[in-house]
Design a protein around this ligand. Structure first.
Ligand SMILES: [Zn+2]
Length: 732
């Protein structure tokens, strides 16, 4: 029997039923975004297309109709991990759901089929390649939901050929409504989805991509380990993901964090399958707070209480960045996206995104990388940039990104600007920022060409540090008094606007100071210890039921419990996330904890409590990294000899320190040695075919130093390991 036709149920009753189910089964009192409109369209048995951002509550759009229709709702999803998760979550809410896929034994599959025949299931999750799809017409199917629908399109970024199996579904089942859902599809992909699935005049819903609860912050990638420590120290009880570029760096960082007392585990495709699964499981269950991962981690992981996502390396495009940061805050609570940005990373990634023998593809990748770099340097609202990137219009000020929260004080920088512009002009617009700065500061480094040392402008900027000049150049680039060429080693060039400044006809304003406005976080009015106790009991239940912790109850729900201290069932029902089923299942266990806590502390229900001040434990000083120190001195403009003297170390030690950063890609080769010497050193290294310095030195003679050779070797080593990383990532 098919579901009763739309005419017998009025929209109002539908709404009431849907709302009732939302409260009763899922514990929420109102719909979000366009959920309600989408559900109404499905309930009227219309084909429906829904584009909703990750975390927008896509699944409720077919789960609620599934409970209202009297037949079976089939959900097609490509991600087996997600399938199990969703089915677990439904079962916890007392909903009859199952999945069929290749991970199950023949017997398990048979049992599920029996349940389908006996009409005991409301929802059945299938992979797109499942043979069962062909047999759907012989069952009482009320609705077909196609998740991740962009996988059917060649235009999408994640085409999966097995999705083409779904193209003729509508032909064999013309009367069954289909809802296609995705969180990522541009205009072309959307059109393609509707055509390929042959949807019949579908109602289309496109929700905003904005993730208002995520705060975007970019900080310079210097002392990155300390920055990460500072960041997570403030979020010790929270779950977070830290993305790294390479497998090796995930393991190193996880280890370093462990040594600092954090629960962190690595995750990458090179780990054994069982270890990967175990690490993921521990993270899902909140037993490990921090996952240090390559991009291999995250697909199909629907953990709602990830409070932050850190990118310790630059993502290769905005799409990836947005998708990865989107894994934070799916429960709607305030969350953070932190990017550690450096220009050196852009250079490194340029080598990484280059596809040998495919200039067209390389250009696309380089363009996308440039947009990522632009995001890192943005002087305007980051959210606006992101939303515009996805064709969504928005206001200039979001109030929840570092740029909007930063107060910038400007000052007259005309003279400084003139110095930079005339240096660029004197150097005939042929050098990059590093060289221009060394030139301005009158560096006696060997890499400054002799004839340049004779120029009048040489050394006119000795009074400012490298860092200060870097900031000024960045301001001039933003205001288009300078441009940077494209390519591997970008050079600074003048623009039409430069002349007026050089002639003294135009004033230039530059950044004097930046100050992050401390936005008053809404003072969390909750009992911290109680919250911890609630998390503990949740973890215990999750372990017993073998499901991720957030499936039992979300962080938002626990926070409400710890804030409003409900004392009886009526009050518990007012907590979002606590539906009738969950009250019956878990109500008592959480009530016991809340009640005991309130008794012990003599607290009444829902009164405003004073928040205990959060005391930040001082982190003991880490052992100073000697390499880092040399690097910092070098960045401040000191020569190797100067650093050696200052630090009372040999020049060759300092060279080895800097070589480390050259290998990492943090220092560019032309920052440490004269660019004109690079190719002859490289050739000599290739000729000797070895890793020893002496034979290379012998070949090159006295005009080349050991230090210079060492730097080129480090650079080549870096390139090699980058190649390896490329291979790793392709395989991950
Ligand atoms: Zn903003």
């Amino acid at each position: 029997m098919a579901a009763s036709s739309g005419s017998s149920i009025s929209i109002i009753t539908i709404n009431m039923t849907a709302l009732h189910i939302l409260k009763e089964k899922f514990g929420y009192s109102s719909f979000r975004l366009e959920q309600e409109a989408i559900i109404n369209s499905v309930l009227q048995k219309k084909d429906t297309f829904a584009l909703m951002p990750t975390g927008g509550g896509k699944s409720l759009c077919y789960q609620i109709p599934a409970l209202i229709f009297d037949g079976l709702t089939v959900v097609i999803s490509p991600l087996i991990a997600l399938m199990k998760d969703q089915v677990d979550a439904l079962r916890v809410n007392g909903i009859a759901a199952a999945f069929l896929n290749s991970t199950q034994s023949y017997q398990e599959q048979n049992e599920i089929l029996k349940k389908v025949q006996a009409k005991e299931l409301k929802l059945l999750y299938l992979a797109p390649e499942s043979n069962f799809i062909k047999q759907l017409s012989s069952y009482n199917v009320s609705l077909i939901a196609i998740d991740e629908a962009h996988c059917i399109s060649h235009w999408g970024h994640d085409f999966r050929p097995e999705y083409l199996n779904l193209a003729h579904l509508k032909k064999s089942l013309p009367d069954i409504p289909v809802i296609a859902l995705t969180a990522t599809a541009d205009k072309l992909t959307r059109k393609d989805i509707v055509e390929k699935l042959e949807l019949n005049n579908p109602s289309t819903f496109i929700s905003s991509f904005n993730r208002g609860n995520i705060r975007y912050t970019v900080v310079p990638k210097r002392n990155s380990f300390d920055k990460i420590l500072d960041f997570i120290e403030k979020r010790k009880d929270e779950s977070g993901i830290i993305y790294c570029l390479s497998r090796a760096s995930t393991e190193r960082l996880a280890e370093d964090l462990k040594n600092e007392g954090f629960h962190a585990l690595p995750y990458h495709a090179g780990l054994e399958k069982e270890i990967r699964a175990k690490h993921q499981e521990l993270f899902l269950r909140d037993e490990v707070k921090i996952m240090v991962a390559t991009i291999a981690f995250g697909m199909g992981i629907d953990k709602s209480n990830v409070r932050y996502v850190v990118h310790s390396d630059l993502p290769k495009n905005i799409e990836s960045y947005y998708q990865e940061t989107g894994r934070a805050g799916r429960d709607g609570l305030n969350s953070e996206a932190l990017l550690l940005y450096s220009y050196a990373d852009v250079m490194k990634m340029k080598r990484f995104v280059t596809v040998d023998g495919n200039t067209e593809q390389t250009e696309v990748f380089l363009k996308k990388l440039d947009q990522m770099a632009e995001y890192g340097n943005l002087p305007t609202c980051r959210r606006k940039f992101l939303l515009n990137y996805f064709d969504e219009a928005t206001t200039n000020y979001c109030g929840n990104c570092d740029v909007c929260l930063t107060h910038i004080e400007l000052t007259d920088g005309t003279q400084l600007a003139q110095k930079v512009l005339s240096a660029v002009s004197r150097l005939q617009e042929r050098f990059g920022a590093g060289y221009v700065i060394d030139f301005l500061r009158g560096s006696n480094s060997a890499k400054i060409q002799e004839e340049h040392k004779q120029l009048k402008t040489f050394g006119i900027g000795a009074d400012a540090s490298k860092e200060e000049w870097n900031n000024i150049i960045r301001d001039l680039l933003t205001q288009e008094y300078l441009v940077k060429s494209e390519g591997m080693y970008p050079i600074l060039q003048l623009t039409e606007k430069s002349t007026a400044v050089l002639k003294g006809l135009e004033k230039v304003m530059i950044t004097k100071s930046k100050e992050i406005t401390e936005v008053a976080e809404p003072e969390a009015n909750y009992e911290q210890t109680l919250l911890q106790q609630l998390k503990d009991i949740r973890r215990k239940i999750a372990n017993e039921e073998n499901v991720p912790a957030y499936i039992v109850l979300s962080d938002a729900t626990l926070l409400e419990l710890a804030t409003y201290l409900p004392h009886n069932k009526e009050e518990f029902l007012k907590i979002s996330g606590f539906g009738q089923v969950k009250i019956e299942k878990y109500g008592k266990q959480f009530w016991d904890v809340v009640a005991a806590y309130c008794r012990e502390h003599n607290l009444k229900s829902r009164i405003n409590l004073k928040t205990p001040k959060r005391i930040r434990r001082e982190r003991p000083e880490r052992e100073t990294d000697t390499k880092q120190k040399s690097f910092e001195f070098f960045k401040l403009g000191h020569s190797i000899a100067e650093i050696a003297e200052r630090r009372n170390l040999s020049s060759s030690t300092i060279e080895s320190h800097l070589a480390f950063y050259v290998q990492q890609g943090t220092l560019l080769l032309n920052e440490v040695i004269d660019a004109s010497k690079i190719s002859s050193i490289q050739q000599a290294i290739e000729k000797t075919e070895g890793n020893a310095l002496a034979p290379v030195k012998e070949l090159l003679g006295d005009s080349y130093s050991y230090g210079e050779i060492r730097m080129v070797m480090a650079h080549l080593e870096g390139v090699r390991s980058l190649q390896q990383q490329k291979i790793d990532i392709i395989n991950s």
